[in-house]
Write a protein that binds this ligand. Structure first.
Ligand code: AMP
Ligand code: ZN
Length: 118
């Protein structure tokens, strides 16, 4: 279920500390350590899944849960409502997709501009 060498698996099990935003049976969400935007957190599955490239039909429920949870957590963390506020979702996949940590994660970014990146 978890990978001993994976930094995000260590965050899920508490071996590496994080600033938790949300946890349920399927996902863990925590603030990004190097935020690009005033609000920047990550939503990850609670079991090791390297990237979106490994997704199969059985993951539809998980991905649907992550997508529908993101707006709720964005509002909870202070993103202003759509359309004046809003948020950005990014899922980097593979080296050319800009992925550095190989445990699937959804970046959720928001807050007043300008942002550091993105
Ligand atoms: P990516 O480039 O899409 O793989 O993004 C990985 C993200 O994980 C980056 O935005 C990092 O700042 C973030 N990150 C790496 N280590 C930690 C950590 N220990 N706690 C929180 N965020 C982290
Ligand atoms: Zn992992």
């Amino acid at each position: 279920m978890t990978d001993d060498h994976c930094i995000f698996c260590k965050i899920i099990t508490g071996k590496i500390p994080s600033r938790k935003v949300h946890e349920d049976e399927q996902v863990f969400a925590f603030h990004d350590i190097a935020p690009w935007a005033p609000i920047h957190f990550l939503i990850i599955p609670k079991w090791h899944l390297p990237s979106m490239a490994q997704l199969a039909p059985e993951h539809a429920g998980l991905m649907g849960h992550m997508m529908t949870l993101a707006p709720k957590l964005a509002a909870q963390e202070g993103c202003k409502p759509y359309p004046d506020g809003g948020f950005r979702i990014v899922v980097n996949t593979g080296a050319e997709g800009g992925q550095e940590v190989h445990h699937l994660h959804m970046h959720v970014m928001g807050g007043p501009r300008p942002w550091l990146r993105g």
